[in-house]
Structure formats: structure tokens, C-alpha cells
Design a protein around this ligand. Structure first.
Ligand SMILES: *Cc1c(COP(=O)(O)O)cnc(C)c1O
Length: 426
């Protein structure tokens, strides 16, 4: 299938959209059409890779990667994504954090890396990624195991947890970890500027691994499909999801999966004190803001870039506001929810997952809901442990990464500083 830019730019093959990341006109790639799939054609008991392959196949049709899709799905979607019933009969949790870096970003990062290794041109591009914490480590982990891929990570100074920073900086020579004196939005701005720099494109061809990458969005649809198909098979109803939201990549994948025909009912977004999305849904005015630092730091995004895709899909505001609703929570509500989830449900949840559980109290209580758990609580132990008064056990994969030595470079938040460091490295 072909893809084109949200700003109207020319059509490109999927593989080109994957390699380019951002469209040349500054827009984001979106598929030409969405397939209409019949849920009855899926086996709800199949594994994540099988369901993912079936769902993603139409998007890969006629592409150079088409024949590899099943192998890509098997390599990337190879860890469990369990749907757990909590003590509250109306609340289930979809645990997305059983991959190598203990956050849902592993799904997209592993799929992207599996695609990139197969797109072997004469000059394989360097993967560049701005991260508020979890993306960078997921991409580094996914690429580190693949010979020939190089990765540049930009992360905000003071914007990530100690364990996240360790995971961002514990890699070998093919990963350049840059700590930027600024916020996540500065990192994102630097990545965008780097992509539009022609001299850099010549010296050091770049590709994106941010949630603007279609190779991250498409596989994220898989867990919505698998969970909703299994829910429908058990309960005979569509599944309603609550999604902790920052840059809107996760939630957009759910909206795309629903658009393809998966049995998904409502999609509710939960944000932290960065309220640009809920305010936009309320007023119709798109007013990006400076980022506010919160306990749910991987969602500290003042200008969520994937909103451009959602607005492109639903240009009419009243139509768009039918598609999703959103709730925002200040840090005190997040902290209170972490404590309450532990006390009443017996769960240790990360601060991001806590926003979804806080939103659960606001939504229609006559329906059942599935909250997405986007990271393991052990990644944010500095926040979670004092609130629940217990140590959170570190999963083995994360423990292994925390043993490794680290290495990073500090840079100013300017295009010149980034460019100089990149040219020196490449
Ligand atoms: C990235 C991230 C989010 C936000 O996801 P978006 O796709 O940016 O909306 C939420 N929780 C965790 C743990 C994350 O790493």
C-alpha cells in the first residue's frame, strides 16, 4: 500500500515511508486507505504475531517488505501481552511491558528494527530518536542485537528516571547517547531540524524511530486487535480502552485498529498535566504549550506530533471529538492513584499506567474497561516505592541492563550542536 503526507505531499511506498520517517514537506505519513477487515476472519486465540501479521498485511501489500512480514512479526512481537482481570470486575489491564526494556515502546521499536535490517540499501541510514525516556532504550535495545544498524538517542536532561537513563546509555559503539540541555520538545525539534538539513542527509543519512514512524504505529495495532478479539470472544462485546497518552502514538494505533474493523468500542485518553489534547477536544483550538514536567514523565509532551495524523483522519472537529475523549490528571491525582491501585487492587503500577486508572474513575461505570499498562513500575521505582511503601521487584531483563556500564555526551539544545556532534561521529 502507498502512504502519503498529512500535508498533501506525494505518495510513497511503505518501505520509503519507513526509511524517510518524516515526509519531505514536514508532514507525517498516513496510509492511502484503511482496509475493512472482518473480525470473524481472525482466530481470537492466535498469538500476537499471528494476529498482528493478519492485521498489518494489507498495509504491506505490494511492498518490498511484504514477503518478510510474517518473519518481521515473529521476531518483533515475540513477548507476552497479557490481558488481566483485576479484582474490580469492570476493570482489566493489558500489560504491554514484558519486552526487553519493560515499556510498550519495545513493540514498535523491535518491529522498526526488523524492517530496517531488511531494507539494506548501499547506505543504511542512522536511526535517530528523540525520547522522553522509554523510546530511546527500546530502540537501542532493538537495534543493538542487529549488526549494521546505528542509533542516535536524544533525551532531556533531568527528564528521565535514573533507571531509564541507565537504559539509554548502556550500549556499544553503534549507539550515540546525547543528553540535551532542554525538554523533550527541544529534542523533538532538533530531530525534525536534522531531518530537513540537506548537508546532514548527504554526510549521515537519517531515519526516524519516533512515534511518527509508521513502522512503530502499525505493529502497535496488534495488541489492540489481540485484546479486543479475545474480549469479544469471551464477552460478546466490543472492548473499551483507556490509554495513557503523551505523543498520541499508542492511542492512534488503537484508533487505526478500530478503523480497520477490530471490535473496539470507546477509546479514552488519559494525560498528565500536559493538557493540550483534552483542551483541544473541548474547544477545537489547537494550542501547543511548553512541556510541564510531571511524575508520568514519558507523557510530558506539550506538542503531540501524532495529533496531525488524527486531525487529518478526522478534519471535522465534531467528528473527531466523537472518536475519543480525554481526561487530564495532576501529579497529586497520579500519586493518589498509584497508592490506591496498590491498596485496593494489589497492583504496583507505574505513574503512566496510573493516569489510565485515574481516568477509569471518570468514565461510564456501566461498562467494562481495559486500561493499558505502558511500563513496569520498577522503571519508576523512585516515584512508586515511596508511595506504596514496598520494593518493586525488577524484572530479569531490566536487571541485566542495569548491570552494564554507561556512556553519554551532553549537548546544548541547538541544531548546530547536534550537527557538529553527528558529523564528528559519522
Ligand atoms: C511513551 C509512553 C507513553 C506515551 O505514549 P504515546 O504514544 O507517546 O502517547 C505512556 N507511557 C509510557 C510508559 C511511555 O513510555
Amino acid at each position: 500500500m502507498e502512504f502519503f503526507s498529512t500535508r498533501g505531499g506525494p505518495r510513497v511506498a511503505l518501505a520509503d515511508a519507513v526509511l524517510k520517517g518524516l515526509a519531505p514537506d514536514g508532514g507525517l505519513y498516513v496510509p492511502l486507505t484503511f482496509p475493512s477487515l472482518d473480525p470473524d476472519d481472525f482466530d481470537p486465540a492466535a498469538d500476537l504475531a499471528t494476529i498482528g501479521e493478519q492485521l498489518i498485511r494489507p498495509f504491506f501489500a505490494d511492498d518490498v517488505l511484504a514477503t518478510d512480514l510474517l518473519a518481521i512479526c515473529r521476531e518483533a512481537l515475540n513477548f507476552p501481552v497479557p490481558l488481566l482481570q483485576t479484582r474490580d470486575p469492570r476493570l482489566s489491564i493489558l500489560e504491554l511491558f514484558h519486552g526487553p526494556t519493560a515499556a510498550f515502546k519495545d513493540v514498535g521499536a523491535r518491529f522498526l528494527a526488523a524492517c530496517l535490517t531488511r531494507l539494506t540499501g548501499a547506505r543504511r541510514p542512522t536511526v535517530m530518536v528523540a525520547t522522553s525516556g522509554d523510546t530511546g532504550s527500546a530502540v537501542a535495545a532493538a537495534c543493538a542485537e542487529r549488526a549494521g544498524l546505528r542509533v542516535v538517542i536524544l533525551y532531556p536532561e533531568g527528564g528521565v528516571s535514573a533507571r531509564q537513563e541507565h537504559q539509554l546509555t548502556c550500549w556499544g559503539d553503534n549507539v550515540l547517547s546525547l543528553r540535551v540541555r532542554g525538554a523533550f520538545d527541544d529534542c523533538q525539534r532538533l530531530v525534525k531540524a536534522a531531518f530537513l538539513d540537506e548537508e546532514l542527509a548527504e554526510a549521515c543519512p537519517l531515519t526516524s524511530a519516533n512515534s511518527i514512524s509508521v513502522a512503530r504505529l502499525l505493529p502497535q495495532m496488534s495488541y489492540y486487535a489481540a485484546a479486543s478479539l479475545s474480549w469479544k470472544a469471551q464477552h460478546g462485546k466490543n472492548a473499551n480502552f483507556i490509554v495513557p497518552t503523551g505523543n498520541l502514538g499508542n492511542a492512534l494505533a488503537g484508533i487505526w485498529a478500530r478503523r480497520c474493523g477490530m471490535p473496539i468500542g470507546q477509546i479514552v485518553l488519559a494525560t498528565n498535566a500536559n493538557t493540550v489534547i483534552p483542551r483541544f477536544l473541548g474547544s477545537g483550538q489547537w494550542q501547543p504549550e511548553d512541556t510541564v514536567a510531571t511524575l508520568a514523565s514519558a507523557m510530558d509532551v506539550g506538542n503531540p506530533s501524532n495529533m496531525e495524523r488524527l486531525r487529518h483522519l478526522h478534519p471535522d472537529h465534531s467528528d473527531l471529538s466523537q472518536q475519543v475523549t480525554a481526561y487530564a490528571f495532576e501529579d497529586d491525582a497520579i500519586a493518589e492513584t498509584v497508592r490506591d491501585a496498590h491498596a485496593s487492587l494489589g497492583l504496583a503500577v507505574c505513574p503512566h499506567t496510573a493516569t489510565a486508572l485515574a481516568a477509569y474513575r471518570e468514565v461510564d461505570s456501566s461498562q467494562a474497561w481495559t486500561a493499558l499498562a505502558t511500563a513496569h513500575a520498577a522503571k519508576f521505582e523512585g516515584t512508586v516505592e515511596p508511595l506504596i511503601g514496598e520494593t518493586v521487584e525488577v524484572p530479569p531483563a531490566l536487571a541485566a541492563l542495569l548491570e552494564r556500564p554507561t556512556n553519554r555526551t551532553d549537548i546544548e539544545p541547538t541544531h548546530e550542536a547536534l550537527k557538529a556532534r553527528l558529523l564528528e561521529w559519522s
